[in-house]
Design a protein around this ligand. Structure first.
Ligand SMILES: Nc1ncnc2c1ncn2[C@@H]1O[C@H](COP(=O)(O)OP(=O)(O)OP(=O)(O)O)[C@@H](O)[C@H]1O
Ligand SMILES: [Mg+2]
Length: 226
């Protein structure tokens, strides 16, 4: 379970809180959308979940542990259980598509003979089988994003956090990505997807959390067109 308990965050002591007294509980195996205008604080929430930022106030617990009490080594172990889709792709520029996607498996110590099949399958799924040997610098924004998605899910993480995963892709690919996340969720992965895309939210029957200026203003069982 992921639990934000009165969590606030400010980027500098002189700045106001960008997240204010946030309370969220994500049950194991749940699937939520995180919605909110640009600047509302979605990426800041993801960065706290990835323990890249620590709350400046309140308590955040991940997999049942308070993040402030975790050692560096424990943070590294927790991160290996997470799949993270960064808004900017989060790829390593000196590695090609295949090497980027295989990185989480290598970190888990899976021998490469066992990696081949699942890496190829996931690269196919995101439509990049002809780009396996390309480097990020030669890919389009949407292609980079799809590599980032393949990398985030290849390990079947316990928690998947995806920041605007469909931001740079067409409607068909956006749905494909969501089906992929749904499959992982069916196998027990807890999923949180930040998106502005109302058609995507309405197409999938998952509850949404609405963030406005750092505060969850409402949570809807399902998004409905006004
Ligand atoms: N590194 C930073 N230093 C200072 N302020 C920041 C930093 N990153 C974000 N902010 C501010 O924090 C607020 C929340 O930003 P955040 O990136 O979390 O929003 P967001 O909901 O992800 O927006 P978007 O939909 O545009 O990605 C914004 O006002 C932003 O200007
Ligand atoms: Mg963002």
């Amino acid at each position: 379970m992921i639990r934000f308990d009165q969590v606030s965050y400010k980027y500098s002591p002189h700045q106001k809180d960008v997240i204010k007294n946030l309370n969220i509980e994500l049950e194991d195996g749940s699937f939520h959308f995180l919605c909110g205008a640009s600047g509302a604080g979605k990426t800041t929430i993801f960065r706290m979940m990835y323990m890249d930022l620590l709350p400046t106030d309140g308590n955040l617990s991940i997999f049942g542990r308070q993040v402030n009490a975790l050692s560096r080594d424990e943070i590294a172990i927790f991160r290996r259980k997470m799949g993270v889709v960064f808004q900017d792709g989060g790829l390593l520029n000196h590695l090609n598509v295949r090497e980027n996607v295989s990185l989480p498996l290598t970190l888990h110590g899976k021998p490469s003979s066992q990696q081949e099949k699942c890496i190829d399958e996931i690269i196919d799924w995101v439509g990049l089988s002809d780009k396996k040997n390309e480097y990020p610098a030669t890919l389009s924004g949407g292609e980079k994003q799809r590599v980032g998605i393949a990398k985030a899910v290849v390990n079947r993480p316990k928690l998947l956090i995806a920041d605007e995963p469909s931001g740079n892709v067409d409607e068909v690919m956006a749905k494909r990505i969501m089906y992929l996340f749904t499959e992982l969720n069916k196998h027990g992965t807890t999923v949180l997807v930040a998106t502005h895309d109302k058609s995507l939210i309405s197409a999938f029957d998952y509850p949404s959390l609405y963030l406005e200026n750092g505060i969850i203003t409402r949570s809807a069982k399902r998004w409905r067109a006004a």
